[in-house]
Each structure stands twice: as C-alpha cells, then as structure tokens.
Design a binder for this molecule. Structure first.
Ligand code: ARG
Length: 565
C-alpha cells in the first residue's frame, strides 16, 4: 500500500528514487492530515520547483490512479501531499501486516555486529541510580538492535582498575578489617573510601601511599591483587542482585583491569606512529589541533589510565568481535572523554573511528534533590527497585487484594515502572525521580501500559475462542476508534527504526503510550464481547494484535507485562 503509492510518486518525480520517497513519507500525527503525508520540501532542489507546486501537481495527477491505489482522496496543503486511504483497504492492509510474526520488521542488521558497552559500574562503589540509567538504556538498545537482526555483544566494562583501588587498600588497612567488610560489604568499602578522601585532605602523605599501592597492583603484587580481587567479588555479588531484578545478563565482564596488560602494546604503537609526547613526565597524545585537551596515556609513574584502557579496549574489541559499530552508554559528563578516545583512534589511522558512538544521558535527581556520593546523598539502585516493588504490592493490596500471584505481579509492575519512567523522556534530559510519577496508574507510566495489556488479555480470556485470522470482517474495523487503533499500531515498525537510528528508547516508550491510549478509547467506545458475532470476532482480532504489539514493544524496553493486575 504505502510502497505502491511511493512507487507511483517516484515515477512521477524525475530524479527522485522510490527509496527517497519511502524515507520521507510520514504517518501524520493528526487524523485530519490523512493516513500518509508526503512532505515535498526535500525534492524542491532536484526538481527546481517549490514544495507547494510539487504537492499540487502530484495531487492533480493522483486523481487518475486513486481507485487503483486504494485512495479515498488526497489534498495538497503547505507543501505536503496528504493522502486519505479507503478505510476497508487500509484496515485489511495493516491487519495483514501487523499479524505477521515479526510485524514485517526489516532485519537491517543481519550479519552485522554491535558492541554495546553499558552499565559498567565502578567496583567497590554502590550501584547508584546513574548506573541504573546506563543499564536500562543499554539493555533497551541491545533489545532493539537484536530485534533488527544485529548480533549484539553486551559488554560490562567494569570500573575495576585505577588509583582509587590504591586508596581503598590504604583505607582498608588503616580503618577496617576482614570481619567488617565481610559483614557489611560495599557499605563498608564506601565508608572507608569517603573517610580516605576526608583524611587525605589533611594528610597528603596518604595519597602517595595510595599511589604506591596502585603501582603495586599494576606490577601484579600478590597482596595488592588479593585484596583487590576480594573487593571485586564483593561488588559483583551486590551488582548481580540488581541485574537479576532487571533480568539483565552480559556477554562479557571484561572491565578496565582486563586491559592493563594491553596498554604497553598501545604505548609502543603510539610511539611507532610518532603520536606519543612527553608532558610533565606523562605520556600523552596531543589533540590541540582538534581543540581538545591532550589524551593521557600513561601517568608519570608509568601506570595506565581510564583513557588508555579505553583505547586498548576498543582495539581489542575490534580484533575480537570485528564490530560494525561500538556504542558506549554513559552520563553526558563523559562526552569529552569519548571524543578524545575516538579522536585518538582516528589519528592512529583507523578508518573505523566513525563507527564509535557515544550515547550520553542526563542526570538523575530524587524528588528535586541532587544525588552525589560525596555529599552522602547516596541512593542505591537496588533500594529504588525494591521500594518500587513494595509500593506496587501495596497498591495491589488496596485495589485488587484477590489477585493471584501478587508477588510476581508486584515485581513486574514495580520494575516495569522504574524502567518505563527512565526511558519515557529523551535520554539526554535530566530525570527527576518521584514516586508519584513512577507508579501512577494513569498517564504516561509503565503501570498504565501494563494495565492496558492486562485489560486486552482479560478480553482474550473471556472470549470463547482464539482470534480467528482467517475470516476477518475488515469492514467492522473501519469505525473511528478501531481505525485509530490500527493506525497507532501501524507505527510500530517506524518507531523501532527511529529508536535504533537515534539510540533513543523513548521513541518506543512514546509509541506504547499512543497505542495504550488508542486501545483504551477503542475499548470504551466499541463493545467487544457484546458485539454481534462477525464484528465481535473482528474486534477480538484487533485486541489480539494490540496485546501482541504492546507485549513486544515492552520487551524492547526490557519490561515484563503481567497477565492480570
Ligand atoms: N565505569 C565508568 C563510570 O562508571 C563507565 C564506563 C563506561 N565505559 C567505558 N568504556 N568507558 O563512569
């Protein structure tokens, strides 16, 4: 349908390909703008005509082929060609398309590999809400790309190397002991780390002790490595609880420490390419030509650093996974870091530097208050998730105490609510976390979408038989609300594509809200189970499709949908 129309338009427009027409063809946001709309602005240059004229000409010649293309009417408005389809045809076309198992999603990623670097918390520190964001965004992008056929390698680039571990070892020896660390875990490590920083302000000698311990770590000193390994184990155990709650796994946990023995080879490579410079005892790559501060490679004591470990990491990944793209999901405060790393790869002569992509996101605050480890305003991701589950459980107790499987349902709602809230706005925007906004059952929330799904499921259960896709009375779905729902569902493929192109799960979250709103209107205005038989079965088909798409799209965000709630 859309393809046919685009093909026809491309034939009319000399020097414009069918693909170009398909790319710009839109599904308009409002019904009065038609079912499809073609903005003619991008053709103006090649055709040497103004957009309004192009739209007008297309509109006139379209009259001859309306019938053939299933078009009811068209109009030229402000440089757009708005096309209204014959509803029967439109309904039939989309129902058939949506019902196919993968919804006609083009597998644009087949044969291609993406390395997805996300979550990556810093060992011995709490898994805070900022890391929750990279985890949730990265997981969603992983699912979106997988859906498109990409092979995605999920990498948890743990922050498990660096001077801070020297500090921790000093702090541990001075102010803690095995028993307490065993008992309290990360909380204790965090306490002594904070103490180290306050004490070091008074006594800078502590800093040089910490540096020495880190140098020992880099030299594989047995005691230093032993303590570090132990801290790492403790941390991973804590993080795995968060990952379990979110249902997230990784393909690789190769963190910063994995690359420590790969930095010397990098240093050699940089030297041989004439890119290494000495600056105050340290080794750097000068990036002043590109208006960037230098990229630090090794410190004056010879130890590696975040930057050099990242460069070594991406070289290793290229060699190991042969990726077509490597994506990094971190807070936007790391933008400069990635610019430097990517530039270093470029100046080293690797022509794939432009396949490295930083996907930044905004800050999280909690009901208006800024979160920071230093000020002690620390929020553990695990606490947020557990509290959300607890609150969801309370809501079930209040509203639907007879529900079966209350605990499992509360978990799906609580976790889903946090995920959806994180993903609903463009990732670059800051997120203010408020329980009100996270767990509300109406509005743009996870529970609202999940509730819509449960409602559709309940209708399906109440219907005596499965949806019958063989004998659909398409005409029964042409009234406004059914039609609007089909239109909403038809946007799925486009939403997935856009989300992937922009690294933006919010496109999917917004699509879900549009579908949920359309479904609920349909549900309220069109009796389903009470309708006359052929209409009833057609509406059941539509209900079935709606729940399938909602479930699938929620899956792309990484959230589950309970059958009942
Ligand atoms: N550990 C870092 C942090 O918590 C994030 C690491 C991101 N990935 C990378 N390859 N640098 O800020």
């Amino acid at each position: 349908m859309k393809e046919e129309i685009c093909k026809w338009i491309a034939k009319k427009l000399v020097n414009v390909s069918e693909q170009e027409v398909i790319t710009v063809m839109e599904i308009p946001p409002e019904d009065y703008m038609g079912d499809f709309a073609l903005p003619c602005f991008s053709f103006a240059k090649v055709l040497h005509k103004n957009p309004a004229g192009i739209a007008q000409e297309l509109n006139t010649s379209l009259e001859d082929v309306q019938e053939e293309l299933g078009i009811e009417k068209s109009e030229a408005v402000n440089g757009y060609l708005n096309i209204f389809m014959k509803r029967d045809k439109y309904v039939e076309y989309w129902i058939n398309k949506i019902k196919s198992p993968d919804f006609g999603l083009k597998k644009t990623g087949t044969g291609k590999t993406i390395c997805m670097d996300y979550s990556s918390p810093n060992i011995a520190k709490n898994f805070h809400v900022g890391h929750l964001r990279t985890t949730v965004i990265g997981n969603s992008l992983y699912r979106i790309y997988k859906k498109l056929g990409f092979h995605v390698v999920r990498i948890n680039h743990l922050g498990d190397w660096g001077t801070q571990f020297g500090k921790l070892i000093v702090a541990y020896k001075k102010w803690s002991d095995e028993e307490t660390v065993k008992e309290k875990g990360i909380e204790e490590l965090l306490r002594i780390y904070v103490k180290f920083n306050t004490e070091a302000e008074k006594d800078p000698e502590l800093l040089s002790q910490a540096r020495n311990w880190f140098v020992k770590m880099e030299q594989n000193d047995e005691e230093a490595i032993g303590i570090w390994n132990w801290f790492k184990e403790i941390s991973l155990k804590e993080y795995s609880r968060v990952y379990d709650l979110l249902g997230i796994t990784f393909d690789s946990y190769a963190g910063e420490s994995f690359y420590r023995d790969k930095v010397p080879a990098l240093v050699e490579e940089l030297k041989s390419k004439g890119l290494l410079k000495k600056s105050q005892g340290a080794d750097i790559v000068d990036l002043s030509e590109y208006d960037m501060p230098p990229c630090l490679i090794t410190k004056s004591d010879g130890s590696s650093i975040y930057h050099s470990r990242d460069i070594a990491a991406v070289l290793y990944r290229k060699e190991t996974y042969h990726f077509d793209r490597c994506i990094y999901v971190t807070g936007m405060e790391q933008s400069l870091h990635f610019k430097q790393v990517f530039k270093a790869i470029e100046v080293m002569g690797y022509n794939w530097a432009d396949t490295l992509i930083h996907v930044p996101y905004g800050l999280v605050s909690l009901e208006g208050a800024k979160l920071s480890t230093r000020s002690g305003n620390i929020i553990y991701a695990e606490d947020i998730l557990n509290e959300s589950i607890e609150r969801a459980f309370q809501a079930i107790q209040d509203k639907n105490p007879d529900l079966k499987e209350k605990e499992q349902t509360a978990e799906k709602i609580g976790i889903g609510a946090v995920i959806f809230h994180d993903l609903f706005n463009q990732r670059i925007k800051n997120v203010d976390f408020s329980w009100e906004a996270v767990l509300s059952f109406d509005g743009t929330t996870g529970p609202y979408v999940q509730y819509t799904y449960a409602r559709a499921r309940s209708i399906m259960r109440k219907n005596s038989k499965e949806a019958d896709y063989e004998n659909i009375d398409f005409h029964a779905l042409t009234e406004d609300m059914g039609y609007a729902l089909i239109k909403a569902l038809s946007g799925y493929e486009e939403a997935v594509k856009k989300a992937a192109e922009r690294y933006e799960p919010s496109v999917i979250a917004r699509f879900l809200v549009t579908v949920a709103v359309a479904f609920n209107k349909f549900y309220h205005e069109c009796p389903i189970l009470q309708a006359e038989e052929s209409t009833k079965q057609a509406r059941i088909v539509l209900t079935d499709l709606a729940q399938r798409v909602i479930l699938d799209a929620c899956g792309l965000l990484g959230m589950a949908c309970p059958e009942e709630m």
